[in-house]
Design a protein around this ligand. Sequence first.
Ligand code: UD1
Length: 434
Amino acid sequence: MDEIRITGGRPLSGTVSVQGSKNAALPMMAASLLHRGVSVLKRCPKIADVFCMEGILKELGACTWWEGHDLYMDCTHADGKEISCVFTGKMRSSVILLGALLGRGGSGCLGYPGGCVIGRRPIDLHLYALRKLGAEIAEGPFSISASCRGLMGAEILFPNISVGATEQGILGAVLANGETCLKNCAREPEIKWLCRYLRGMGADIRGDGGDCIYIRGVEGLKGGEMEVPPDRIVAGTYLCACAATRGKIVLENPPDGELDAFLEVYRKMGGQYKGKSGKLIADASGVGNPIPFLETKVYPGFPTDLQSPLMAVLATISGESCIRESIFEARFKAAAELNRMGAGITVEGHDARIAGGAPLYGSTVYAEELRGGAALVIAALAARGETVVRGYSYICRGYEHICEDLTALGGIIMKDTGTNFYEKNSKSIKPAED
Ligand code: UD1
């Protein structure tokens, strides 16, 4: 069974380490295709989406292997051109490989990325960027084919901000002929990490982190090597679990300055935190203030990926809160499931109103997507009694060891295998520092 069982009601307490970032690792893996040789990502998270991207690289002819958490990718012979819909249907972000395929070998073909439960998620901005760089793109009924006689630098003004399309433009431009200026770029930290990785490979990129990125195409790139940064969304998820249970936790390897918008909300709810010796120490025992209005925004605003986890926290706080989702049109799927646990959430268009304060109780709920699934786990930790969270595999797309981590913090979680992580790992529980 694809489910976990959580017995709630205990404040979380202890120390966990934050895994490497999914959204940073995936574009770096795509970038590795741009070098005919070995690249390595250290501290790479072992999660389903990374394994899926690894599967694609292998299908293209790469040889990959792991040494602990270091992922080696030998792309010497990765000259395949086609990525089947078996992969693109599973993982939408595989679309960023199109720019890398064009940069490497001048052509590529991939199945359409599947529709997604959080919204339509078109790829028009990705194709716009590649066309501007000189690619000819044919959109067939089942797949997209792209080819070029060498990409050419260009000025590209994105009509809307997109993380993935910005990455696509960067991956296409680094080996293009001439200079590229990308305008109205996403400023998410993952863009900076990708550019840092590419610069280490020899790319000439400036301006990342701002809304204009300048790239001078180079003749070739060498192998990449970088440590994958900590996952800011995983860190935020664990802080939400701490807040929902009014716990006290310590995060080792926290993201550096990438969670400010979230931490501001955390403080407004009554939580406290401080950074000490490279750790983030959080005390959520005083959490109890609703958030009258919050809107998800592009970075540095409040991240859409933490909207559902925060909704679970707000359900535990007396007084009405409201969240407006402004990035994706259908990202309140978790609300109905949280309501099965007594959450009292009403969704109207882009707004979710959370009545807040009624006790949450254990129930059987269904994860339909990654972050919504994490929200259900958070609510379950705060609820009275046992909750069965089905669709656990969605959660595994982005969280490497959420059950083990939350168990180390004192949560009571069992996988369907019958493993009680609390009993198994109780010796490793460390007290919270303050
Ligand atoms: C990335 C993240 C995801 C995060 C999101 C927003 C990865 C693997 N995923 O997704 O976790 O929630 O950023 O921070 O890094 N859009 C278009 N046309 C396009 C592309 C996007 O209209 O061609 C729209 C989308 O539908 C959405 C908005 O732009 O409404 C933002 O999406 P985007 O920033 O592209 O998100 P992703 O890169 O897919």
